[in-house]
Design a protein. Sequence first.
Length: 287
Amino acid sequence: MRLLAEPLITSWPVGLRALPATDGLTEAWRQAHFAAQSAAEFGKLFAHEQPDDSHSALTVNLADGALRSQAASAGRASLRIRDLELSIQDKGGGLLVSQSLTGLTLEQACGWVAVEGERAEGGPPLQAARPAPDLPSHALQTGAAFAAVEGPVAAGLRAVHDLYLAAAATLSRVREQLGSSPVLVWPHHFDAATLLALEGGASLGFGLAPPDALEPAGYWYVASPPMQGPPPALTAGRWHARPSEGPLATLSLDRLRDAPDLPGRERLVAKFLAEAFEASTRSLNAG
């Protein structure tokens, strides 16, 4: 099994030189998480349904950081996190129509995608869209409107935009080195992830996840298959036990705030991913 080589990242967005305070970043991340449901609606309705639900997943456009739905016959949806602008594009990326989400409810945003998607595709949806399960508790879930992009929300959305762009670039390097799966953003948990298939049907995941009960500030992670014995200590990050699954290594974004500069943050993430990957594979080889 090859080890991850450092550096994994060539350049992160300069906006990540300073991360907003956790509270402001978390609210912006929630706004983006629910906005992503509307972009994912396009793939759910108009892309061919996949057994693993990947027709609902999003990709990150490395050119501009936008989240893009899976393509259908004529186009796709795109979400620009930094200003909550949703659009329908043709398959070449040309703009067909756009809509700011500010002031809309999630139901209205998904309805807009359904109407404009049907117009772009020239026909009705291929299947019904199933709502994402287990979305975080938030007023947007019960009919509140998306926020105005101003003040702390605007700063937070810019940071979330840059985080997903950095995650896509970093995880794409992981994919290049290890041959893992395409980098996808899964709308239900809103994590950007790539999955490495291992011998015997096991798998190992790398990703960036939003704030949750494990790490309230958001986190990078490596999801290991079951290990032989307890996992080794990490220089950066920590392990969490998962019942009936292997341990999960996490690196909180709070740790990134401690790094002195942007290259230091890149190196910290690269070191974490490499260490957790090595620990996981060493345990598998020992077994």
